[in-house]
Structures are given as C-alpha cells and as structure tokens.
Design a protein around this ligand. Sequence first.
Ligand code: NAD
Length: 294
Amino acid sequence: GKVAKKLAKGSNLKIDQAAVIGAGIMGGGVAYQSAFRGIPAVMKDINQDALDLGINEADKLLAKKVRQGRMSEEKKAEILSTITPTLEDKDLNGTQVIVEAVVENPEVKAKVLADLEDHIGEGGVLVSNTSTISITRLAKNLKRPDKFAGMHFFNPVHAMPLVEIIRGEETSDETIADVVAYSLALGKKPIVVNDCPAFLVNRVLFPYFRAYELLIRDGLDMYRIDKVMETWGWPMGPAYLSDVCGIDTIRHCQDVLATDLPDRMSLVEPSVMDALYQQKRFGQKTDTGFFSYQ
Ligand code: NAD
C-alpha cells in the first residue's frame, strides 16, 4: 500500500476519462469499475452485441447494490450514464488512459495498439490487459513505447483487488506512476513487476492448468479434481475456474506460452482444453464448457 501511494505521487496525470478496447469479460469489467469509482469510461468494441452485453453486466452489478439498499436508483442511472459504448475510434479522442482488452493474440493486439496511439489525450498512457504476451514485445511497433505498460486485471474485475503493472523495457517511470495512480483510483492493489511472458500470477496459474491437464491425460476424473480442490478449501477447482476465465482465452494463452516459455509450458497432448475449444465450449460465456450453465 505505502509503496504504491509513494509511486503514485510521481504522477501528474489528471484522469477525466478512461477508455477500454474490447467490451468482453475484462474490458466490460474495467469500464464498470472505472465508472463506479467516478471516472467516466468509453467502451469500444467491434461488435454491437459485445457492447450491449458489457452495459448489461454493469447494469446487473449496480442493480444488485440497489436491491441490497446500498445505492439509489438515481446513483445507478448516473453511474451507467458515464459508460459510453461505441464502435468508433474517434470517440476515444482525448482519453488519458486507454486499456486494451481484446483477444489474446499478439498480431491482433499489436495492430490494435498501434491504431490507438493516435487517440490518446495529451500526456496520456496506453496499457494492455494481456495475460501472457511480453509488454516489450507488444511495444515494438509503437511510436511511444515509453507511454505504454501492462495493466493486468483479474476476473471478475470489480471483485479482485490485485492489478499487476508491467514495466516494459522502454516504459517510463512517469508512465508507471500514472498507471499506479489509476489503479489506486479504481480501488485496486497494484504491484509493479518486470516484463516476461505471463508476468507473475500467470506463471503460477498456467502451470496449475497444465498440471491439471496432465492429470486428466493420466486418467483422473476431471470433475473429481475440482471437488478435491474445493474440499481442500479453494474457492473453486480448475475446471470451474476455466469456465469463468473463458476456455478460448486460456487456449490462446497456452499457445503464447508454448512459444515463449517452451521448456516450462509446452502444450499437453491430448488436451482437454483444446477438445472443448474445438467444440466451441468456451465456458460461461457460451453457457457450456466443463460444466453446463443453461
Ligand atoms: P472476451 O472474449 O470476453 O472479450 C474480448 C472482446 O474483444 C470481444 O468483445 C471482442 O469483440 C473484442 N474485440 C476483438 N477484437 C477487437 C478489436 N480489434 N477492437 C475492439 N474490440 C475487439 O475476452 P476477455 O476475457 O475479456 O479477454 C480480453 C483480454 O484480457 C485478453 O488479452 C485476455 O488474455 C485478458 N485477460 C483475461 C482474463 C480472464 O479471466 N478472462 C483475465 C485477465 C486478463
């Protein structure tokens, strides 16, 4: 806490408006959290359905607070009105923090990030919510790599305190200070980490998913492993966690890691994640993954 507050003192950025690119699980969550904490958020996607879903999720979270008597209807409406869904890049203009949260694909992200640079407001910063891709690598085609960092939120964004802030080779101290300040404004607990594929938390989580896949390959019942982990006391087991994260996203992350950390993170074959992925059973987002949510 103290370290983060001290770092944030180095920031001179006044954040009047943030933006998220990608209105999915993570982008939608960051837009909600920003609006909830009083920072208006533009939410951009290429798909109108994703924007509708993003607004819907924010509405549900706020409606729960109203039901619990913790928020008025007026306040709820006011907060919702500060999330601006859009399909147009021009609506991003003048934003001080842009959070990229599109699909976990290095080529797609590199292109999206390069396009975004032109829309950042004076002195503003660009961050990526990538789970696994090196920030230095993503910065390669940027004009201002000093103004770029990783800002890795956890799912669900509104409930998870931790945010990893990743310093790429060219990220400036000022940019780190700005991103720490934004994290604190969102009510989060930031830690600053050096750059490498998967950063810190996902170097713990992805070997866990991999170990789980190896156990299934060895013939263990995939649902019993979840039961054991829950009985141990973990809030959920690996199968349920995969459904929450999105099996498509996990598969994309595994591909990045198999390439970038090959001696630690080679693909498991046959892979239960891949079997579900091929069947488009992506978890809660498609109503079916390891479990069914219909
Ligand atoms: P998601 O599939 O829920 O959402 C991705 C969204 O990006 C979709 O709505 C899609 O339409 C949109 N999109 C794709 N290309 C776009 C473009 N060019 N411009 C604008 N929007 C575009 O995925 P997610 O789970 O929100 O993951 C997003 C990012 O966050 C990924 O990099 C992922 O690795 C990372 N992340 C995910 C989790 C998690 O638990 N799901 C946790 C931390 C980080």
